[in-house]
Design a protein around this ligand. Structure first.
Ligand SMILES: Nc1nc2c(c(=O)[nH]1)N[C@H]1C(S)=C(S)[C@@H](COP(=O)(O)O)O[C@H]1N2
Ligand SMILES: [Mo]
Length: 199
């Protein structure tokens, strides 16, 4: 006969369900930037979505804030092995930004002020899986964490969540981003531990 220890099992299941393999939990919010933090005045900020045909959709800060906003509470997983639970964000869903954009592209390249890039399949930006976030824990997103606004794609390793985002270019072919060129995995699923090219 099986012996059940509900408390222990429940605890293990909760943690195991939420902490991907090879990760440890942290309470603080580490800063990982490959270069200096760009300064982006809000009256100069813009976000541009470019389709595979070169069509451009552009939002100023004012226009971006006038779009429907969403609150998101989510776990984060960095490839350097820290995970953070229940982070609170506010921003615009990529579904909202892609509304009315005609595209047959399969891939997206995110581009940031400062030159950082990262690539991901367009499907991973759709269906409530990705946001451009401008508020963290009820406060304007700090510059070191990507303010004025960053991409937030929490189901992939956090390097895919481009800080200081200014554009998304959609394409029919996949183009590797900054870390992906240096050996990070093209897709980066934390649950399959897709850290590097060989994973
Ligand atoms: N523009 C830009 N975005 C970036 C990075 C970067 O160096 N530049 N680093 C990535 C990496 S590796 C991680 S883990 C997260 C770190 O975000 P944080 O500094 O807010 O913790 O941002 C990602 N987005
Ligand atoms: Mo990272």
């Amino acid at each position: 006969m099986a012996t059940l220890t509900p408390g222990f099992h429940g605890h293990r299941r909760t943690r195991g369900d939420r902490l991907p393999p090879g990760q440890f939990l942290t309470e603080d919010f580490p800063v990982l930037s490959a270069g200096p933090t760009p300064e982006v005045p809000l009256d100069q900020w813009e976000f541009t979505l470019t389709t595979e045909d070169g069509g451009r959709h552009r939002w100023t800060w004012e226009q971006f804030l006038a779009l429907p906003q969403q609150e998101v509470t989510t776990d984060l997983h960095c490839v350097t092995r820290w995970s953070k639970f229940d982070t609170r964000w506010r921003g615009v869903s990529l579904d909202t930004l892609l509304e009315g954009v005609t595209t047959h592209a399969r891939y997206a390249l995110a581009e940031s002020y400062g030159g950082y890039t990262t690539n991901l399949p367009l499907a991973d930006l759709r269906d409530g899986k990705a946001w451009i976030a401008h508020t963290y824990d009820g406060e304007p997103l700090a510059a070191e964490h990507g303010g004025p606004a960053r991409l937030l794609v929490p189901h992939l390793y956090f390097w895919k969540s481009a800080k200081w985002i200014t554009g998304l270019t959609l394409g029919r072919t996949d183009r590797r981003g900054f870390w992906e060129q240096f050996g990070y995995h093209d897709y980066g699923d934390p649950w399959r531990e897709q850290r590097t090219w060989n994973d």
